[in-house]
Design a protein around this ligand. Structure first.
Ligand code: CUK
Ligand code: CUA
Length: 639
């Protein structure tokens, strides 16, 4: 018998205690039979059916798991340095962390977004937000490498990001914390007067995926939480939940939860595009960085940008609306048809489901209940399609299976609830261990979900695994949702704190996966395209070592002539032209980790010797039977 969830409620915050907590789940003990094990079993040598990409939360990274096995396939470094492959340590990748605040080699990544074409995942790119120092990153799914990071200026806490439109036209994001714009030194209690919100539209180049900040919409000083874009009939619209329409700035737990309803922002981005074309924007002086890996050299190039284009709803009618949503909404999810929009009020007993058609009708008929700062508030009843009555406690996020069903996580009552999107009837509920945040169904936010599995990402692990001291890995749970009832088939621990995840059929990625880089195409300025070209060049205090690696030696391997105080750049080119043969490079006393160089690639490590002597270097990746022999010496003489 599993420990009952309620035992843990005492540790939760005051606000959650205020909700009367009853476990609505079925008995929490579940005996898994052999069939569950078989369902999650992927035999040795076999492949998983899906890739699941999970955000790393406070690790700043992304992890890729196979489904249904739950096997960790890869950790993809994004916002944090990563010694395993020298990301952020190599000279080529350092610039990826450039921001208007200086170098920021960490962030908090919450939301994964796969690129889409016609409302379906196309397997090309993966986007993720940096919550703390507002940024959006792009991973190329051919190589599973982070190739771009764009800073978003004048916002604070880019939590509400990056939500993609159905042809990857835009990534939509909103500021979590309103702040003075532009930043200035003002008393915090001038919040209502001075603090503003921004909703940002980043365009994605359809050919190369390059991101660009297209425009920002100035908004009232709320907290913008989560967004989804319309699809099908609602294409061209964005929906963002907000909280704190009270515009409080202290003890938000209580003060931002006073009103019975908060507001969901509804944005007509096609209209915004039109206003941009007509020149209805103003320009604002600012500073933000765009860091992009050059495809030819594979070096990250960083550019500071200084202007943003702002649309103000006051000058742009029929572009932004609000709709009331029950108390402190979090998730905001649009069903596969584009008709239903679910706004989950964390502190509300019921869930409101809106109809896109009804929203359009209310706008047409000007069925408004006043406005907020000039932005019309659509009448709640007019926009509402129906209510899911008492589904559970603390609804957070909803995904869809493409068969007319929705699945919502309930943090407080610790369960996943399946309900019928049209009738709003509850069909099934299963406990999760414990307190799920997001959930993911492969393709679950697209027009065509692959409604076979569901993964709940749990916030509290407690007794699910062998104890590992005070810190436990987070816990994901895989459910089979192909039948009428959900069936738990696997528990697996996850890295960092996965918030959202997206999962995609493996056959959309696997055929395009790069196995090695073509050395003929290596345009790195310090590449050494053959062992005969290896050399050492000195230029004042700067020394460039043009080195190659191939099984099983580094060339050159014995180097003399370094001086204390030199800046030594080891440019290592991996000459291998085969899959899965990286070589590494580390030298004693280097203060910036190692390199891991992919076949055909060049990477550079900076070494600044501090004392005379003879220092060993070696390949860090066990690459061959003679890997241990893959080493050399660097002799350093006094200055
Ligand atoms: S969030 Cu973490 S559970 Cu940042 Cu989308 Cu809802
Ligand atoms: Cu190359 Cu070990």
């Amino acid at each position: 018998m599993k420990t009952h969830y309620l035992n843990y409620v005492a540790g939760l915050s005051l606000i959650f205690l205020m909700a009367s907590c009853g476990n609505q789940g079925s008995e929490t003990s579940q005996v898994l039979g052999g069939s569950a094990a078989e369902q999650a079993y992927v035999a040795p040598g076999e492949y998983d059916e899906f890739y699941a990409f999970m955000s790393g939360g406070y690790s700043g990274q992304i992890t890729a798991y196979g489904l249904p096995s739950g096997r960790l396939l890869k950790e993809i470094p994004v916002f944090s340095k990563y010694p395993e492959n020298g990301y952020g340590y190599s000279e080529e990748t350092k610039a990826m962390f450039n921001t208007s605040y200086g170098e920021v080699p960490w962030d908090d990544s919450h939301h994964i977004e796969l690129s889409q074409k016609d409302g379906e995942f196309d397997g090309r790119w993966l986007f993720v937000n940096g919550n703390n120092t507002p940024r959006i990153a792009r991973v190329d799914l051919k190589t599973f490498e982070t190739v771009e990071i764009l800073e978003i200026p004048d916002v604070a806490g880019l939590h509400c990001a990056p939500f993609i439109t159905e042809n990857s036209e835009y990534l939509v994001s909103g500021t979590r914390f309103s702040v003075p714009i532009p930043q200035k030194d003002v008393p915090i209690d001038t919040y209502k007067k001075n603090f503003k919100g921004l909703i940002n539209y980043v365009s994605v180049d359809p050919e190369h995926g390059h991101m660009e900040l297209a425009f920002q919409i100035e908004m009232p000083g709320f907290n913008y939480d989560l967004a989804r874009n319309g699809k099908g009939k609602s294409h061209g619209w964005s929906f963002l939940t907000t909280y704190n329409s009270e515009q409080e700035h202290s003890l938000l737990e209580v003060n931002a939860s006073q009103k019975d309803k908060d507001l969901m922002a509804v944005i007509n981005w096609k209209k915004a595009e039109q206003y941009m074309k007509e020149g209805k924007f103003t320009e604002r002086q600012t500073s933000y960085f765009h860091n992009l890996m050059n495809e030819e050299t594979s070096i990250v190039e960083s550019e500071e940008k200084t202007l943003t284009k702002i649309l103000d709803p006051k000058n742009c009618p029929d572009m932004v609306y609000f709709i009331p949503v029950p108390k402190s909404p979090h998730g905001c999810d649009v069903d596969p048809t584009g008709e239903y929009i679910v706004g989950n009020g964390k502190l509300s007993a019921d869930m409101s489901v809106y109809s896109f058609d009804k929203i359009m009708k209310a706008i047409e008929e000007k069925n408004f209940d006043g406005n907020f700062d000039g932005i019309p508030i659509i009448n709640y009843e007019a926009a509402l399609d129906g209510i899911v009555k008492k589904p559970g406690l603390g609804p957070l996020h909803t995904e869809f299976d493409g068969r007319g069903n929705a699945y919502t996580t309930f943090f407080i009552s610790s369960e996943v609830v399946k309900w019928d999107v049209e009738s709003k009837e509850i069909l099934d509920r299963q406990p999760t261990f414990y307190s799920p945040g997001h959930l993911v169904i492969p393709g679950g936010e697209t027009k065509k979900p692959d409604g076979k599995y569901l993964v709940a990402m749990n916030k509290i692990t407690k007794d699910r695994y062998l104890p590992t001291g005070p810190e436990l890995a987070h816990s994901a749970q895989l459910f089979d949702i192909s039948g009428d009832k959900m069936k738990l088939i696997l528990d697996f621990p996850t890295k960092g704190e996965p918030h959202y995840a997206q999962a995609i059929s493996a056959d959309k990625i696997q055929p395009n996966s790069v196995k090695f880089y073509d050395i003929e195409q290596n345009k790195h300025p310090h590449a050494t395209l053959g062992e005969s070209k290896t050399r050492v060049e000195r230029d004042g205090d700067e020394v460039h070592v043009y080195m190659t690696a191939i099984r099983s030696h580094l060339a050159p391997d014995n180097i003399e002539g370094f001086k204390v105080g030199d800046k030594v750049y080891f440019h290592l080119t991996n000459l291998e032209q085969d899959w899965d043969v990286p070589h590494g490079f580390a030298i004693q006393g280097a203060t910036n980790a190692e390199l891991l160089v992919m076949p055909g690639q060049t990477r550079t490590l900076l070494w600044e010797p501090k004392k005379p002597g003879v220092f060993a270097f070696y390949c860090t990746d066990f690459c061959s039977a003679l890997h241990q022999e893959m080493s050399g010496y660097a002799r350093v003489s006094p200055k």
